[in-house]
Design a protein around this ligand. Structure first.
Ligand SMILES: Nc1nc2c(ncn2[C@@H]2O[C@H](COP(=O)(O)OP(=O)(O)O)[C@@H](O)[C@H]2O)c(=O)[nH]1
Ligand SMILES: [Mg+2]
Ligand SMILES: [Zn+2]
Length: 289
């Protein structure tokens, strides 16, 4: 008797694909006879057919998106891990990451780490408030801070982590699931091993969601981006862009730009427009090379 089920691929090494079936991790081999129009990626939903005792991958179901580094399909969200101290908080860097993630059609969440290392009244929290007002989800954390709110955001989603080296990605993953035991910078220095080396991509069940175990999501280089798409990707720009005089307005020097007007009226933070304009400049410069 044969029947077909739908399951998510969570791990892939050579010709072995791991699926979660009936709450159990099961390895399905890609059979030699298999003629798939596309090969499954970690994160893919696949149709599996049970023939006798064995499952075979029948087809890969349509993808919502596909990242290349790390190689994962159907990513729902990226957590941008940003520290307040060593490295210091940088809106320039954060805005570049927000742009790249939005460009991939992935929802960004901003995780602020090392809050235990700064005073509660530090002016950096005003900047963070500006991101919250712009519509971004901000999750505050630090050593000895609760992390339940982070679990809540992982539920039923595929999440990848991104962020500067030293921001606390490995430390965060280890706190979310101590069985990860990823090497933090401190430990790697002590062991003199350099950065943690990644073998294969795997999705781990953490807080009822799936988390990629490879911190260091790297998106496309800016040269590949279309400035006209970037022009409406910042969350708080989106409601205004249709009001610019030109519908291909890049919010640089154009007259009657609704984004510039919103900045003048205090509805959009000035540093966001400046960081956005810098990104457009970078794209133009990279394209010229
Ligand atoms: N005090 C404090 N230190 C942290 C926090 N998160 C990470 N660290 C430390 O910052 C350093 C870099 O963290 P790591 O997780 O290796 O960063 P990664 O490069 O993003 O993976 C390590 O020494 C961590 O112990 C935090 O929330 N509070
Ligand atoms: Mg790390
Ligand atoms: Zn404009």
């Amino acid at each position: 008797m044969s029947y077909t089920i739908k399951a998510r691929c969570v791990k892939h090494i050579s010709n072995q694909y791991t699926f979660k079936l009936d709450n159990q991790m099961t390895i399905v081999k890609a059979s030699g006879k298999l003629r798939l129009s596309m090969s499954p990626m970690v994160g893919d939903w696949c149709a599996l057919e049970k023939i006798g005792d064995e499952f075979v991958i029948q087809k890969v179901l349509p993808r919502q998106n596909a990242l290349t580094r790390p190689s994962i399909a159907n990513v729902d969200q990226a957590m941008i891990v940003t520290s307040l101290f060593r490295p210091d908080f940088s809106t320039t860097l954060l805005d570049r990451q927000l742009m790249l993630i939005a460009y991939e059609n992935i929802e960004p969440l901003i995780i602020i780490t090392k809050c235990d290392l700064v005073e509660q009244d530090n002016p950096v929290f005003d900047i963070i408030k500006a991101y919250e007002n712009a519509g971004y989800t901000i999750l505050i954390t630090g050593f000895n801070y609760p992390i339940q709110h982070i679990y809540d955001h992982l539920k039923d989603k595929i999440t990848v982590l991104t962020g500067q080296s030293g921001a606390g990605k490995s430390a965060l993953i280890n706190r979310l699931d101590p069985t990860f035991q990823l090497i933090t910078q401190e430990t790697s220095k002590a062991l003199n091993r350099g950065k943690h080396t990644t073998r294969h991509v795997q999705l781990h069940e953490v807080g009822e969601g799936l988390l990629a175990d490879t911190p260091g999501f790297s998106a496309l280089s800016f040269a590949n981006l279309d400035p006209h798409i970037c022009a409406h990707l910042f969350k708080e720009f989106a409601p205004y862009v249709s009001e610019c005089r030109f519908n291909d307005c890049l919010h640089i020097n154009e007259p009657d730009c609704a984004i510039k007007n919103a900045v003048a009226e205090g509805k959009i933070a000035e540093f966001r427009l400046e960081n956005y304009q810098e990104i457009i400049q970078m794209i133009k410069e990279e394209k010229r090379i």
